[in-house]
Design a protein around this ligand. Sequence first.
Ligand SMILES: Nc1ncnc2c1ncn2[C@@H]1O[C@H](COP(=O)(O)OP(=O)(O)OP(=O)(O)O)[C@@H](O)[C@H]1O
Length: 485
Amino acid sequence: MECMRDSFQDGAILGGRYQAIKLLNKGSFGLVYLAKNIVNEELVAVKCLVKAGTPAAASYGLCVDEFNEELRFHTKLGSHPHIVDLLDSLETENHTFLVLEFCPNGDLYEAISQDRGPLETEHVRDFMLQLVDAVEYMHSRGVYHRDLKPENIFLTKDGNIKIGDFGLATTEEWTEESAVGSDRYMAPEQYDAIGGYEPRKADLWAIGICLLNILFARNPFTVPNETDPLFADYILDRESLFDIFPTMSYDTFEVLVHCLALDPHKRSLDDIRTAIERVVSWTTDDESLDEFCTEEREVGPVAPNREPLRTPSLQIPANNGSAFPWAQALQMTPVHRQLSNIPDEEEPTVRYSEDMFKDRPHAYRQEMGYFTHHPASYDSGLGSSYASFPSAKDFQLRMDDKYKTPAAPVKIEKPAVDAFTPTSTSKSWSDWVLEDEEEEEEERLRMEREKASNRRSWADFSDPGYEDDGYDAEWVGGGWDDLTV
Ligand SMILES: Nc1ncnc2c1ncn2[C@@H]1O[C@H](COP(=O)(O)OP(=O)(O)OP(=O)(O)O)[C@@H](O)[C@H]1O
């Protein structure tokens, strides 16, 4: 790594044209610098890789051939509005450099982690449609990415997306290369690759995982095989996704059906696009907002095919001319993050699915400027999805907290923890929450009734016409005696 730094570090001039400004990021296969084209002042991203056959190459394994491959794919792809453009390429004795168009809003991973990913219904739709367009174009050129994930989806100044990092791409229609990509985004057949798979279809699976990342900032599966219990559930029942993402709307599920089909032949980009276009609400939070607005604004019965009222942009300024105002509002602190389900450590909740950011070391994430708003939010401290099942102890703690009620004249029975044993398979998390809420509501009503009866008896007591029927003496305890002394 140091060797690379030597070649192109702060202030260095590359090929007489590009001046290094700063290190942007360290990828798995190389360093990426921000640089300036000294001829036209244009900012560029320079991806720096060691060359095959050099001493430094030995420590880099895959990246040795990656450069040539990546260059080849960029050349094959040409230019597209939603694919990172290769502007130039250079070689030095030990290194090769890809000069890429610079995407100043970073990548989608950073955007989600900093609460500046697409939030509003239409933004998510535009975003997803751009992604589908880019993938369709790539595939039409015979290039299959195999590593689509938020880290490889870049954001331009005006908030458009650009797919980048073609280091693991392939032009093969059918491949037997197994486990090339990133576990959490790999299609099951790509992960196991027994007998080979179609990379084209694997990309469609990754689109579905990216959508879930955008909506919930979580990954559904750690690995796409049965060693992950959530994936095992998914094999048995696709609707188990609702247990993982309880606020997911059915519209979203309809999109996912076409991305996350276990049979690769049932995945279709056209169907994904159609389903995205049909979405009215991505989450049930959106649905309630839609209903709220409908009640407020609509007069008379709701037309069956009404044009859905979009979620009001509570946190997003009116369209400022960009297709994606969310991407420009970098300083924006959302008033109401509708689409996020990022758990908050201070208010522990049970998490089934996997925090997208768990693998990044805390220090690294801080260094990268994450944790802008809620440092604790992104570090679940929980391991894989498997480890993220709530333990009975977690539940006990949670229940203790929940029932830490102020002094009241009635003893509140703590619900038996056994009833909430998370290993019980007959109940989903949403059932537990529902039962929790019902019990809480019952308790509240009971207390209100008690209070009302207290008030009545006190009022009655001070009324000279009050007749003691002995009722109040029972519940007031010593109070009645005191009063009568
Ligand atoms: N064109 C670009 N504009 C802005 N930032 C970029 C650009 N290209 C890369 N980066 C930054 O550098 C990081 C690494 O880039 P890239 O993904 O291409 O490298 P990599 O070595 O293949 O990494 P990995 O495989 O780990 O994602 C990106 O996540 C991003 O933060």
